[in-house]
Design a protein around this ligand. Sequence first.
Ligand code: HEC
Length: 213
Amino acid sequence: MTSSLAVRCMLALPLVAALSFVALSTHPEAEAATPRRGPVYTASGDLVVPTDYREWIFLSAGVDMSYDPKALASAEPVFDNVFVDAPSYRGFLATGTWPDKTQLVVETRGSTGKGSINHRGRFQSSEAASVEVHVKDTTRFAGGWAFFALDEGKAAAALLPPETDCYACHRQNAAVDTTFVQFYPTLLPIARRKATLSRSYLEAQRGAETTRP
Ligand code: HEC
């Protein structure tokens, strides 16, 4: 028993060594596969929507979220999916906040319950209903960040002016650097550990705890 385990270990060793060699030698290529591209703008200041954002890091899907306390559940719930470019994601893992040139995309999709073998629950429709991008570019935008929205049939997403309610809601309610990390489950613990949660978010959390029955 013991000897056969020892033999197995010895057999396994070269494999482990070979695997770690593969892992080490492929690492630089993996880095090169996600180069820092950063936001690209048109001459008129709109954002060229990254066509490959579906290959970025997936942060979360919200189902039928609403900011209106009186909102009723929709008959056809809408999903939203949030993605971030991979180099910025790695930056967040290291620091608990976003590096310059971060791009976050939120797309919304309608849903249906009918199709194939499904009997319960809902799944997302194949066409995105909207695509919006939140870009950190500190030399370009006052406040560091800007929002862009893609209109149907357009290749570039339009820059939204700072007076739009996007900016105010994100500034006042978002947990990290105007982004809604409180809804991105794998990032919230990192922000907590690195102490990067915004003061307004922490105060709102404390308020919610003291008023809770
Ligand atoms: C009343 C608050 C509110 C307003 C107004 C608002 N958002 Fe958001 N936004 C949110 C919340 C909450 C999320 C998190 C969504 C999730 O968890 O799926 C979010 C997420 C996002 C994201 C993903 C990245 C991030 O910053 O977390 C983008 C991009 C975005 N919103 C764009 C916009 C744009 C563009 C507008 C204006 C047209 C806008 N938002 C207006 C609350 C708001």
